[in-house]
Design a protein around this ligand. Structure first.
Ligand code: C2E
Ligand code: CA
Ligand code: CA
Ligand code: CA
Length: 279
């Protein structure tokens, strides 16, 4: 978050030290981070609510800087977007996630899939489609096991162009997902025109699911709509057993959240692949 005082940025690293520096300092660290190998991916399981089996994961980037410690994506992704550095980072994430997933498939998890977050800046670049093709070619991952998560605002900026790119992605065989669904401004009338495979219900609706009857009504409506549009529905931010039970009752397809598992380093995710989560 930005300081009131101008261009100083403050944030907390995992060690909970308050870090203050100029935007330029942070930007210069960020520019070097890829070459210095400071990024890595965590993988958070998505489970199939019908079987309790791991269906795939969402790849989530982490930045471990020698001086700053672990910097949260919420703190550096916005800066990476503003400066365009996200393009290179995004390319790295895509490629690394595809390679990792392919490796897990070759260990016997044939149907495992991976979801990758795509920033608005990255998506709007003319070379984006080519980057996706390159990541698939380099990893030899079958496109049906890759999902790209886009937010509503990414899709709705330059909507005709976005629809064309999304169609091309689907023509490649890649899945397109709307991330944080319900928090953006997409009107329902857009929804039928958007070439999407998955709706990911924002965790703000899932958080209060037990107590808040309005949230229950909204989640129920989104799931019903998802069934009607023949897209898969994922609930993110599932933190309690009650929430999982309600989501099963509502016939939600997939769930992700701390109750099931926090994001894991690749090696730990791999160890957990054989398990069925007891839901
Ligand atoms: P997101 O795409 O909505 O990702 C889900 C975030 O929710 C992750 O935070 C995840 O750790 C967190 N989460 C998962 N389950 C729960 C839960 O049960 N409760 C709560 N409270 N939180 C949960 P994370 O990893 O800090 O990422 C934050 C955001 O940063 C992501 O939100 C995404 O917008 C962005 N991001 C992360 N990795 C990438 C990336 O590789 N590329 C881009 N462009 N953005 C990324
Ligand atoms: Ca996401
Ligand atoms: Ca999300
Ligand atoms: Ca979010």
């Amino acid at each position: 978050s930005k300081d009131q005082g101008g261009n100083r940025i403050t944030f907390f690293s995992t060690e909970m030290n308050e870090q203050a520096m100029t935007r330029l300092e942070l930007e210069s660290y960020l520019r070097k981070a890829l070459k210095k190998n400071e990024f890595y991916l965590m993988f958070q399981p998505l489970i199939d609510l019908e079987t309790g089996k791991i269906f795939g994961s969402e790849a989530l980037i982490r930045w471990n800087h020698p001086k700053l410690g672990l910097v949260s994506p919420a703190d550096f992704i916005p800066l990476a977007e503003e400066t365009g550095i996200i393009q290179e980072i995004g390319r790295w994430v895509l490629k690394t996630a595809c390679i990792q997933n392919k490796k897990w498939q070759s260990l016997g998890n044939d149907y495992l899939s991976v979801a990758v977050n795509v920033s608005a800046y990255q998506f709007q670049q003319p070379g984006f489609l080519k980057e996706v093709k390159q990541a698939l070619a380099e990893s030899k991952l079958d496109p049906q096991y890759l999902t790209l998560e886009l937010t509503e605002s990414t899709m709705l900026t330059n909507i005709d162009y976005s629809i064309r790119v999304m169609r091309s992605l689907q023509n490649l065989g890649v899945n397109v997902s709307i991330d944080d669904f319900g928090t953006g401004y997409s009107s329902l009338s857009y929804l039928k025109d958007l070439p999407i495979n998955t709706l990911k219900i924002d965790r703000s609706f899932i958080n209060n699911l037990r107590v808040d009857t309005y949230d229950i009504a909204i989640v129920k409506a989104i799931i019903t709509m998802g069934h009607g549009l023949e897209v898969k529905v994922v609930a993110e931010g599932v933190e309690t057993k009650e929430q999982i039970e309600l989501l099963k009752e509502l016939n939600c397809h997939y769930a992700q959240g701390y109750y099931i598992h926090k994001p894991l380093p690749a090696t730990d995710f791999e160890k957990g692949l054989e398990q069925t989560v007891n839901i």
